[in-house]
Write a protein that binds this ligand. Sequence first.
Ligand code: TXA
Ligand code: MG
Length: 318
Amino acid sequence: MPVVPATPQQLDRAAALLRKGAVVAFPTETVYGLGAAALDARAVARIFEIKARPAFDPLIVHVADEAMLEAIVESVPARAHALIERFWPGPLTIVMRKRAAVPDLVTAGLPTVAIRMPAHPVARDLIARARMPLAAPSANPFGYLSPTRAEHVERLLGERVDLVIDGGSTQHGIESTIVVLEPEPALLRPGVIAAEAIEEIVGPLAREHADASGLLAPGRLPQHYAPATPIRLIEDPTRVPPAERVNAALLAFREPAGGYRETRVLSASGDLREAAAHLFGYLHELDRSGVARIDAQRVPMEGIGIAIMDRLERAGNS
Ligand code: TXA
Ligand code: MG
């Protein structure tokens, strides 16, 4: 599986591969995606195979412009227009009623499809060159930590991906926020964009949404984003008994604590955006360090901190 730089030549090559049904990993501003032609059910099936992803977990479709959006949804709800105006391109995914052309595999049989227009220049350029929407989940094995660098994809998915485009570390380090607007506005996954910023535009968001099929927000499994090493959430590392630190790693919010075998500090200045950008990269490192347990310190539940805590809680539910 070649890892290639994001040059115009390589993007053309990737676009040509995608048009033939290949699976290509590419950077977005959130995490790396594992992309395939969204309207080609056989290509999309390979994504599920490579990730060992259960068929009940629907994918996000990535578009480069509004014309692509119109090709995959029946109509854009009025409230969606305002969100698109404000947040696209960017890390907001909106769930809308799909057209028949979108394969059931993409949406796990739901009548709706999740769509976003990424802001990362490489992602947008790739979709534009491919001239078609790309279905792309995060480029990691199902349930494992999300990839924020090309080397994560390379290590985790090995030879199974046809091409990996290296765009360096991703900017936000955490996935997009997912909302649905009909029948009523609801938050399906906390993410980079704070729910409050969305509420300023569409009014209150319900926080637990049961979709038409009765599934509670598909993909919102209690355990997800998890390292292989057991992870435990803690309040204050200085209160963990020293004996419990010896063979463990600490993922601290602002300050290290003595006695741990490995330590990473998410943001010394307490900046939650910086913390989010470091989260998965540090967890990948700690997971490979050979410690018996990772103690992850809670971060403040505000702004993107809510998405960080969402990921940490799911990572810890083993
Ligand atoms: O930032 C992101 O969103 C990244 C990058 C690659 O764009 N993608 C990503 O995809 O996080 P993934 O597959 O890891 O998460 C997709 C989730 C599903 O697990 C599900 O929760 C939600 O999107 N989803 C997809 N289609 C849906 C639908 N029709 N209704 C409700 N939720 C849906
Ligand atoms: Mg994922």
